[in-house]
Structures are given as C-alpha cells and as structure tokens.
Design a protein around this ligand. Sequence first.
Ligand SMILES: Cc1cc2nc3c(=O)[nH]c(=O)nc-3n(C[C@H](O)[C@H](O)[C@H](O)COP(=O)(O)OP(=O)(O)OC[C@H]3O[C@@H](n4cnc5c(N)ncnc54)[C@H](O)[C@@H]3O)c2cc1C
Length: 309
Amino acid sequence: MNSNFDVGIIGGGPAGLNAALVLGRARRKVVIIDEGRPRNRVTKESHGFLTRDGIAPNEFRNIARDQLRNYPSIQFVEDIAKEITGRDGEFLISTEEGAVYKTKKILFAVGMKDLPLDIDGLSEAYGRSAFVCPYCDGWELREQSLVLIAKGDRGFHGVKTLLGWTNSLTICTNGPDEWTDEQRGEIELRGIKIYSAPIKKIESKDGFVQQIKLADGTLIPCTGVFFTPKLTIGSKLPQSLGCEMNEAGSIVVDSFGKTNVPGVYSAGDAASEMYQVIAAAASGAITAIRINSELLEETWGNIEKINRI
Ligand SMILES: Cc1cc2nc3c(=O)[nH]c(=O)nc-3n(C[C@H](O)[C@H](O)[C@H](O)COP(=O)(O)OP(=O)(O)OC[C@H]3O[C@@H](n4cnc5c(N)ncnc54)[C@H](O)[C@@H]3O)c2cc1C
C-alpha cells in the first residue's frame, strides 16, 4: 500500500501533467498514474500551444515529465488505474500492476478516445492527412482540395468551419445526409458538391490521401480529409464512482473541475468539449488550484495535519 497521497491523478496527458505540476509546486504529495495512450498519439505534430507550436505530442509529454522530476512530491507511475473505492479523504486506487494508492482526492484527467474508425483506409491516413479538428491541423492543409466526411447538425457546422481554411471543399455524407432541405440548399448555394453514396475506400500513399472511392464508382481526388470522430471517455472509472455524465459523454463539472462526487474532480478532454492541448493543460492547472484550496480549508486550524513534503 502506497499511502498518504493528497491527490491521485488518473491520466498523464496535458491536463493531468499540468495539474501535477501545480500541485507539486503547492507542496502536495501526488501520484499520477498514466496508461500512455493519449488521444493525439496518431499525429506527428501538435499545433496551437504558444511556444510549443508543431511539437511532437510525445516530446511535449517528455518535457513535461522531465519538469515534474524537479518536484520530489510527485510520483509518476506507468500503469492503468482499474478500480477506485472509498470516499472523500480516503480513496483507494488499485492498478493493473497490483499496486494500491491511498489518496485524499481524485482527479480524472483520462481524456477521450476514438471508437474504431469504420471507414476502410481511414486509419492509414489518420494523423497524417486525415484529421478531426481544423484548428489543430487546418493550417497545414490550407487551400488544398479537402473532403469533409460529415452529416447532420455537427456536419453542417463542420462545413461552415472548414470553409475558413479552403475554398476547394467537397462533402461526403457516407449515407443519408440527415440535413434539412434548408441546410442542404445553403451548402449547395456556395457551390460545394455533396456526395451521399457510401464510401468504399479512402486511398492513400504513405498516409497521404490521394482519392476517395465511393460505392457507386465515383472517385474524388483530394489531398486531405476531415471527419467527425465517434468518441468515448478514456476510462469508465468516473461512472463507477458515480460521476454525472452529459450527453456528449464527458464528465459534468463546475468551472473549477469539481464533479458531483465529493473529493472527485476532472479536467481536460474528459470534462470539456473544447478538445485542445492548451485548454486541457489550463483546466488541469485551474482544477489543481481548486483541489489545493479544498485541502487547505480542510486542514485550516490544524497545522499538524498539513502534509508537507
Ligand atoms: C489526431 C489528433 C490531432 C490533434 N491535434 C491537436 C493539435 O494540433 N493541437 C491541440 O491543441 N490539440 C490537438 N488534439 C487534441 C488533443 O489531443 C487533446 O485535446 C488533448 O490530448 C487532451 O488532453 P488530456 O490530458 O485531457 O487527455 P489525453 O492527452 O488524451 O491524455 C489522457 C491520458 O489518460 C490515460 N488514461 C486513461 N484512462 C486511464 C486509466 N484508467 N489509468 C491510467 N491512465 C489512463 C490515457 O492513456 C492518456 O495517456 C488532437 C487530437 C487528435 C485526435
């Protein structure tokens, strides 16, 4: 049994790492348990984080972990948290490797993960020339011939968004478009072609998309693809502890990362629909400050109990 941790952080992506940094600097004893499967591991470069634009996701995490080594109260563990029991002040985290950690508070920074991609050829191009977020990767594909695979309201929003990066846009709905006549009309009015036949295959070379083949034989040449991924939360542990979830499948939190379960917090993609590294890191920092405030309140008046390192 590894005892006396103030905070157990599940997940060592930008949210969990930044939370650990803030808590370590606040002299809190922290264990951060990470399985090492961040959502952006398929991509070569991560964009949009000031001073780190274009960095490889792995390098970002390695720099962060190096910096955490400056704080002896932070323990980084490569393992999978598989069960959490207990309550506020005395949680027990059991891991795949058989370790047990006793912590006062829990922070879920477990991210989101993609459900298996169900289009032939998409996984070969994912992270190279097929992406999910134009804010992350649109600049690199600006003014190229792009295909957006999308349908329904989210897809309609995607069409409007992607036009900010290219005027050469084609839509594949891969089946019924689920649009109103008005939405379809608005898209066509802008000269954008819509194909609804199912996609047979996305053809690429070394990860670079060349064309999309539809089931009716149509070929659409393109150099990049955007699509709407199907996501699920990175771990079922929040639900098993009783955390309230929203319709998008993320954890319901207040503006400081507090869930409905006493002593349990969440940050990053798991608790937001703003899937950005800088937003995840920022929410990790904010949540860490909130957790530290709660711990300080609990020990106020009883200095002996402050868990100083
Ligand atoms: C293809 C792609 C490209 C992207 N490009 C960009 C970009 O250019 N710029 C940008 O800002 N954002 C980008 N993103 C979004 C970015 O990846 C996320 O917003 C960010 O990683 C969220 O950080 P996080 O810490 O919340 O979660 P993650 O980075 O996903 O980390 C969660 C961690 O928790 C671990 N974990 C989960 N469950 C457990 C468990 N039970 N026990 C132990 N560990 C566990 C996971 O293995 C993982 O390591 C991209 C996403 C994708 C899919």
